[in-house]
Design a protein around this ligand. Structure first.
Ligand code: GAL
Length: 933
């Protein structure tokens, strides 16, 4: 649930695309002699950033005769997966042209669109000329920039070892080390495949690519973390990693956008804006690895100057590049103990007011504990970890691959020790934080050795005081002493100067530099204990609302939402018969908002506004459109200051926002949790929302659904698996004044079998909350295993069937989240399976639970209690082998001799069975769904 800014930046791409042609002249040379030109990046062996599930799309661009017609044809070179598409455009008056390349898909064995990563040949034709470049692949493209660290090539023993370990599919674009005083539209460079001539390539950059390939979090091929590789593998294609090495000895202010050049960053006006990088900023990228350090030390820049410069530079890269979003990982030498090194790191802290939330923020920082060209693996591992985190793992909190992020600082007058509490985001400190000491060292883990912590009693400009007392950990808080507390209004944290002593989390990810305002403990209002809801025995079944069914944009569209898409989706919900099948709520997830309107005092403190470029007609008009189709309408917000995509959140604006939604006749609100802190704070926000939504519901006499994030099991291990009992939140989430109608129980669901299973297991642990007995709160409130991935690339049809059967049996919300324009007939059929929907919507509103089977062999029996003394069963084969699955009736929730069985998929009766039933030859990842009467 920590998906952050990435998609938000992508939204820039949409806007950038609209104005793309207007900007083309900024980075392309006017075509004087009418020749067709392409930057040297577009040549044989090129890797273009894959466009899949909301990623930024790749551009191919160049120049031709003004106003000439330009055509680009992309043709598959794989006979088994034929594909060809031609794009056409016209060169502008300055000759510039550009194509935005869509995702490439070809039908797979089941007739679905499967990703096609190439190889392709690309031909561009204009004015009778033609350029063809072959062996083009789609993959993840990383750009490596920076000075000294990036300039050390792969040499010596390290080179041989790197070459020996290298998978075939790392392709390198090596920018020739040249410098030019005047900016141009191209840099000389060449693509290299294989390990020859590695000696010119950055060791850090190559090492990072190797580490990324080795990590392969989704297990789907070379560094493919998108989760689509499984299908690709069926066609024997893998997604390559493309690394671009564009480091330069000197950086040139002349290349930089004016705002950056004006800062004269780097001292002497030379600027940090790497000239070798500028022409590449029109490419779509997965991430940028930026190495910096010593030059800044030499320049002895003041932290504040450097901070400003640093933020400006990254912002300029991201915004002037027109390429949408990418992650930025900053790496820095850690070996120096000079004061200048500390200043540099404190500058980073100052530059990153809220990592992940600010437009200019660096996604993660990787400290190179020691830089050694013959052994780059540790540095590279950290950079790669940081990169995976920044670029992907926001969607995968279970991975726990995140740097610890300072969440907030509080000064406490009433807690033990009268301390300053530095709280780090919980997901990043699973397994705790620790200071790693140099072997044999007893002093470096004092404050100031392992981490720099400073407080300012004034403002940003200081004066800053070092924290002098020792730190100790308390839960996920890091507690400083009282003396320090007296000075604190602002606190900043950075990695300390000692190379071997950092504050780490369990994965070895060092703490991220950050700055935070200090909150006085008194300001944290504690919630009153929630009231008790009627016991299970006394609830009125007729008053129970079954779990919501509908559509949510997130899984498929992420931030790519707008009015047009949503209207199309509403129309398709009706024409595909999904609305008639019960899917009636159309919910927009993140990214519909722009900012808060100005209040009377001129601050952005007013109502939350729909993004005018995405929803020009406004929320109310859209809501009317949806209601006219006899559907209901949902929106999204976050209970913290910002949403997961850095849109304005609702913290301290709950009543105002609830009124805005009520005025727009919204029926359903998803309240996310990004950046949201502790229970006390969550509870306050939920209570305020609940009160306001209830008021609205009473006025219009219609339920206002409140979907919360999140309430999962207590204890999750580092491998992402969870054990234990429902956590404290399970006691009150559905009760009294908090009373969420539903709440997420696990991480963001991905279109991957392992993710479906992980969320399923979370639900098992949380079942007692929904099924709470006397005095319990659950009935009529729902554990939420997250949206459906049915229809999305990444799951086989068999897996989609099991996903659907299980989600219906669990009895939580059913929210479709796929591209309805492209959805296959089998996927629609899965979603409309009547017997399963009935299982989900049963009036008892219980959650199904795992009751048996032979789990060691991957066979599981899931059972849901239904109205009328009936039962629903899903027999699930989690194993990799076909298997028989037996259910013994004595194990069922209701003990009865003999049941009449109906297959819920086929609606065929299986007759009356006495003691047990065996489903034969259930395929791997398949299921059998049954109704027992
Ligand atoms: C996540 C949430 C997702 C989606 C996303 C939007 O934290 O779990 O379901 O809403 O934020 O940014």
């Amino acid at each position: 649930m920590r998906s952050r800014l990435r998609m938000a930046r992508r939204s820039l791409l949409l806007l950038a695309t609209l104005s793309f042609s207007a900007h083309a002249s900024a980075t392309t040379t006017p075509a004087s002699s009418a020749a067709l030109t392409l930057p040297s990046f577009f040549s044989d062996g090129a890797v273009l950033q894959v466009y899949d599930e909301g990623d930024a799309r790749s551009f191919v661009y160049g120049t031709a005769a003004p106003a000439s017609s330009v055509a680009l044809t992309l043709t598959s070179s794989m006979p088994a997966m034929p594909f060809s598409r031609t794009y056409r455009t016209m060169a502008l008056m300055d000759g510039g042209w550009a194509f935005q390349i869509d995702g490439t898909y070809a039908p797979d064995a089941q007739g679905r669109h499967a990703p096609h990563y190439g190889p392709f040949s690309v031909t561009v034709a204009a004015g009778g000329e033609r350029r063809t470049f072959s062996d083009v692949r789609f993959g993840d493209v990383y750009l490596c920039v920076g000075g000294e660290q990036m300039l050390r090539p792969v040499v010596g023993a390290g080179a041989a070892a790197a070459a020996a370990r290298a998978p075939a599919d790392i392709r390198r674009f090596e920018v020739a080390a040249a410098s030019s005083a005047a900016p141009s539209s191209d840099v000389r460079g060449a693509w290299r495949i294989g390990t020859a001539s590695l000696a010119n390539f950055s060791a850090l950059c190559y090492g990072t690519a190797l580490a990324l390939a080795r990590m392969d979090p989704a297990g789907n091929g070379v560094g493919n973390t998108t989760g689509s590789g499984k299908l690709c593998a069926a066609h024997r294609c893998t997604m390559p990693i493309g690394v671009i090495h564009a480091a330069a000895e000197s950086t040139l202010a002349a290349w930089a956008p004016a705002a950056v050049a004006a800062k004269a960053c780097g001292g002497g006006g030379s600027g940090r804006f790497n000239g070798m990088l500028a022409p590449l900023l029109r490419l779509a990228l997965r991430g940028v690895v930026y190495a910096g350090g010593e030059a800044d030390l030499a320049a002895k820049m003041a932290p504040a100057t450097y901070a400003d410069c640093f933020a400006q530079t990254v912002s300029a890269w991201r915004d002037s590049g027109q390429i949408g979003d990418f992650a930025v990982v900053f790496t820095q030498l850690g070996a120096s103990t000079s004061g200048a090194a500390s200043a540099l790191r404190l500058a980073q802290a100052t530059a990153l007011p809220r990592p992940f939330a600010e437009a200019n923020s660096i996604d993660t920082t990787a400290m190179a504990a020691r830089y050694d060209t013959s052994n780059t693996s540790e540095v590279a591992r950290r950079v790669a970890l940081g990169m995976v985190h920044a670029a992907y793992s926001k969607q995968e909190p279970g991975w726990g691959w995140s740097s610890p992020v300072l969440e907030h600082v509080r000064v406490s007058a009433n807690e033990v020790a009268h301390g300053v509490f530095l709280s780090f985001a919980a997901t990043e400190v699973k397994g705790g934080l620790r200071l790693v000491d140099r072997p044999g060292c007893t002093i470096c883990c004092k404050l100031g050795g392992g981490a720099l912590v400073q407080a300012s009693s004034g403002g940003l400009s200081g004066p800053w005081h070092n924290a002098t007392s020792l730190a100790r950990m308390r839960g996920k808080d890091w507690v400083l002493g009282a003396r320090f507390a007296a000075a604190a209004r602002l606190v900043r944290v950075a990695a300390g100067p000692d190379a071997d002593c950092f504050l780490y989390n369990a994965n070895g990810m060092p703490v991220l530099p950050a700055i935070a305002n200090v909150t006085a403990a008194e300001q944290i209002r504690l919630p009153e204990p929630p009231g008790i809801l009627a016991s299970r025995e006394s609830y009125d079944a007729a008053a129970i609302t079954p779990p919501p069914m509908g559509f949510n944009t997130w899984n498929r569209w992420h931030c790519w939402v707008d009015e047009r898409l949503l209207k199309q989706t509403a129309d398709l919900m009706v024409s595909l018969g999904l609305a008639a099948a019960g899917y009636r709520s159309l919910n927009i997830d993140d990214c519909w908002q722009s900012q808060r309107a100005l209040d009377a005092t001129g601050r952005h403190n007013g109502t939350i506004d729909a993004d005018p470029t995405r929803f020009p007609s406004g929320l109310r008009a859209f809501s009317e459109y949806v209601h006219a189709k006899n559907m209901s309408f949902g929106v999204y917000t976050s209970q913290s200051e910002v949403t997961c995509q850095a849109r304005p959140g609702s913290w301290e604006h709950e009543a105002l926002d609830a009124k805005t939604y009520c005025d727009a006749d919204v029926d359903y609100i998803k309240i996310d949790h990004c950046g949201g802190g502790q229970w006390s704070r969550n509870n306050i926000s939920w209570m305020l929302f609940r009160a306001a939504l209830d008021k609205c519901a009473a006025k219009r006499k219609r339920k206002f659904w409140m979907s919360c994030s999140s309430c999962g099991p207590t204890k999750c291990l580092l491998d992402g698996s969870c054990v234990g009992k429902p956590s404290g939140c399970g006691q009150w989430i559905a009760k009294g004044r908090v009373s969420c109608d539903l709440w997420r129980t696990g991480g963001d669901i991905q279109a991957r079998w392992s993710s479906i299973m992980a969320n399923l297991d979370m639900m098992q642990l949380m079942a007692p909350v929904q099924n709470a007995g006397p005095g319990g709160a659950g009935i009529g409130h729902f554990n939420d295993p997250d949206m459906l991935q049915v229809g999305n690339i990444g799951l086989t049809i068999l897996e989609q069937r099991s996903h659907m059967a299980l989600w219906c049996l669990l009895g939580g919300p059913l929210l479709i989240s796929t591209d309805l324009k492209q959805i296959s007939a089998p996927a629609v059929a899965i979603l409309k399976t009547k017997g399963l929907i009935d299982l989900n919507q049963d009036t008892l509103a219980t959650q199904g639970e795992r009751i048996g089977g032979n789990q060691t062999f991957g066979c599981e029996v899931w059972c849901k209690k239904l109205s009328g003394g009936r039962l629903g069963l899903v027999l699930l084969n989690r194993s990799e082998e076909t298997s028989d699955i037996t259910v013994t009736f004595a194990d069922l929730i209701i003990a009865k001799a003999g049941w009449t069985l109906t297959d819920l998929w086929t609606e065929k009766s299986l007759g009356k069975q006495a003691k047990s039933y065996t489903a034969q030859a259930v395929p791997s990842h398949g299921n059998v769904a049954l109704l027992l009467v």
